[in-house]
Design a protein around this ligand. Sequence first.
Ligand code: ADP
Ligand code: MG
Length: 140
Amino acid sequence: MALERTLSIIKPDATRRDLTGRINARFEESGLRVIAQRRLRLTREQAEVFYAVHKERSFFGDLCGFMCSGPVVVQVLEGEDAIKANREIMGATNPANADDGTIRKEFGESVEANSVHGSDSPETAAWEIAYFFCTMDIVG
Ligand code: ADP
Ligand code: MG
C-alpha cells in the first residue's frame, strides 16, 4: 500500500442535482482526502483532449457533449491506494451493473451520465492531474 493521488471529476449530471457535497462525503468517509478542487465548465476541445483515448469509440461525440453540458468539479484525491480505492467507491461504469453502496449505483443516471470520473492507472492519474492542476494548487 502506498499513498497515491488520483484525478476525480464530479460530472454535469451530478452538479446539476447539487450532489457535490454528498459525493465528497463518500470520498472523505472512505479515507480519500480532497487535496485540490475546482469547479469549471469544460470546453468541447478540453473534453475531447481529456477523453482522447476514447476517440474511436461510438460514444465519444455524445460523451464530450455531455461533459461540457454543465459545470464539473475537478479534484485531486489522496489516500492509500487512492486510484484503486476510488474506482471501488465509484463502482462499475454502467450504474446498472454497479455494486450497492457505490457512487454510481446511488447517483448515476445512465452509462454516460454516471456522476463521476476516476483515473484508472498511475500513468493516467499523473497525466490527468497535470491536465487540470499545477503544483501550487495541490495541498496534500
Ligand atoms: P470509466 O469512466 O468507468 O473509466 P470508460 O473509461 O470506459 O469508463 O468510459 C469513459 C466514460 O465514457 C464513462 O465514464 C461514461 O461516461 C462514458 N461511456 C462509457 N461507455 C459508454 C457507453 N457504452 N455508452 C455511452 N457512454 C459510455
Ligand atoms: Mg476510464
